[in-house]
Design a protein around this ligand. Structure first.
Ligand code: KIV
Ligand code: ZN
Length: 508
């Protein structure tokens, strides 16, 4: 039997980005969109244009930039559909994605519409969307809690009105894999016996079953999976792209399905997203967690040494996890550095390379072995750091359990250096408060108000000289800004992350 080609619709920039704490600015969205294109996703759902000017601009820009399919979301309303069509005008492969809820609870309590009114809205909106865009996807929001007979009526109405892709979302992450399989079999069998329609799945992870439900839908015949990098999204998130793709690939014997994803880019793509939105990956996260390929128990190590397949069903190289062998050191020159970056598929312009090389030299001075993981981190650091704003010149922090913590920090901005000092409840608090003082003493920022919402630190590699990566989140005017800093010194990494976050909120 031939393998089915499963389309991957990535909704990191729509369903992922709309969840609290994952917002991105335009240049971050473009960076992620380019990564998604390189990864080989078939459709990038770039935003919900009617929801905000930012989403409108993001869909428009992404549509100009990439050649993958680009989808824009719209409610089943004329004004939403017009906005989405306008945002898609430059897309090479545009897709207008219309949705309306079909479950009783949503119809009664959210939409205040009855079944017939919803059916009429579906026909009207899909045919309007179809008049503006050659490809229309229709989603029955909360499909898995909808009455099955009614769901089939809605699907038939959407198909009749011109939708060629039908999505049955598990909007609240309520379904089980067995139910999901049954719903797809039943809806597809009754509404599309000829198999002309492309059925899609879109699962949320409230009960931790988003990936299981997505692949159950594929087993039943769905040919598109909607998912997000690292599973980011509303509440507990969406099905995670890397897990869906590797489940289909690893259990190809069962699903007989393949995607067009370049699996070697999965790890770099997830790392990029994590650093952009400021999330740290749990160590046991499938595919990308640091423990996903670690074998600790003696009996496991023994097995792995004689044959990796005893305890490893995926090879780390297949998902692009960099090896942790020493690749460069303090005597490595610029040529070796650039060559290794290019072997790792990391592309940078001259200015970024200059800064990354400077950072590499600093790291190599402090760290015996610079590994591929370090290089990935350095590349991420430099890309985030570029841009105007404050720059750390030097800092001194005094702290102990019998003295108050005291920090002195010198920053530079537009060629002007400012030094200040402050006490705090600990070394990091003192250092951050000093940065705040300097920022507030800068002309124009006297009334600036923001607060630290999250702080986390992870080590990039093992060992006492490992690079530490700090991620922080700052809240300002209801928006969250992430900052990232990297150093073998955790105070320096923390200050760099904080300054990076402050620079972002000042420039957006
Ligand atoms: O979860 C959901 O139902 C959605 C739809 C708008 C596709 O995100
Ligand atoms: Zn969703």
């Amino acid at each position: 039997m031939d393998k089915k080609r499963i389309l991957i619709l990535d909704t990191t920039l729509r369903d992922g980005e709309q969840a609290p704490g994952f917002s991105m600015n335009m240049s971050e969205k473009l960076e992620i969109a380019e990564m998604l294109e390189a990864l080989g996703v078939d459709v990038i759902e770039a935003g919900f244009p009617a929801s905000s000017e930012e989403d409108m601009a993001a869909v428009t820009e992404i549509a100009k930039r990439v050649s993958s399919g680009v989808a824009a979301l719209a409610r089943a309303r004329e004004d939403d559909i017009l906005r989405a069509a306008e945002a898609l005008q430059f897309a090479k492969k545009p897709r207008l994605h219309v949705f309306i809820a079909t479950s009783k609870i949503h119809m009664v309590h959210k939409l205040h519409m009855d079944e017939n009114e919803i059916l009429a809205a579906v026909s009207r909106s899909v045919s309007f969307a179809r008049s503006l865009c050659p490809e229309v996807e229709f989603s029955c929001e909360d499909a898995t809690r909808s009455d099955l007979a009614y769901l089939k009526k809605v699907v038939s109405a959407a198909v009749e009105a011109g939708a060629s892709i039908i999505n049955l979302p598990d909007t609240v992450g309520y379904a089980t894999p067995t139910e999901t399989y049954g719903i797809y079999k039943s809806v597809m069998g009754d509404t599309d016996p000829g198999g002309k329609i492309l059925f899609s799945t879109h699962c949320h992870n409230d009960l931790g079953m988003a990936v299981a439900n997505s692949v159950a839908a594929v087993a039943a015949g769905a040919r598109q999976v909607e998912c997000t990098l690292c599973g980011i999204g509303e509440r507990a998130g969406n099905a995670s792209l890397e897990e869906v793709v590797m489940a289909l690939r690893t259990r190809n014997d069962f699903y007989k399905a393949e995607t067009g994803i370049q699996t070697k880019l999965l790890y770099p793509a997830c790392r990029k997203l994590s650093s952009v939105v400021g999330i740290s990956t749990p160590p046991n996260k499938p595919i990308i967690g640091v423990n996903a390929f670690a074998h600790e128990a003696g009996i496991h190590q023994h097995g792995i040494l004689s044959n990796r397949q005893t305890y490893e069903i995926i090879s780390p190289e297949d998902v692009g996890i960099p090896k942790n062998d020493m690749v460069l050191g303090k005597h490595s020159g610029r040529h070796a550095f650039e060559q290794r970056l290019s072997e790792l598929g990391i592309r940078m312009d001259r200015e970024e390379l200059d800064e990354a090389f400077e950072m590499f030299k600093l790291v190599a001075e402090r760290k015996k072995a610079v590994t591929d993981k370090d290089l990935h981190a350095i590349a991420g650091e430099k890309r985030r750091a570029i841009g105007k704003g404050f720059r750390l010149i030097r800092f001194i922090v005094n702290s102990g359990n019998t003295i108050p913590a005291m920090a002195s920090v010198k920053l530079e901005r537009d060629g002007e250096e400012t030094e200040d000092s402050c006490m705090g409840s600990g070394p990091i608090d003192a250092a951050f408060k000093t940065v705040d003082r300097i920022v507030r003493h800068t002309k124009g920022y006297g009334n600036l108000s923001y607060s630290l919402e999250d702080y986390s630190i992870n080590s990039v590699t093992e060992g006492e000289d490992a690079l530490g990566e700090v991620l922080i989140k700052l809240r300002c005017d209801g928006e969250v800004y992430t900052g990232r800093g990297l150093s073998t010194d955790i105070l320096e990494a923390s200050l760099k992350a904080y300054i990076n976050g402050v620079n972002k909120l000042l420039t957006i």
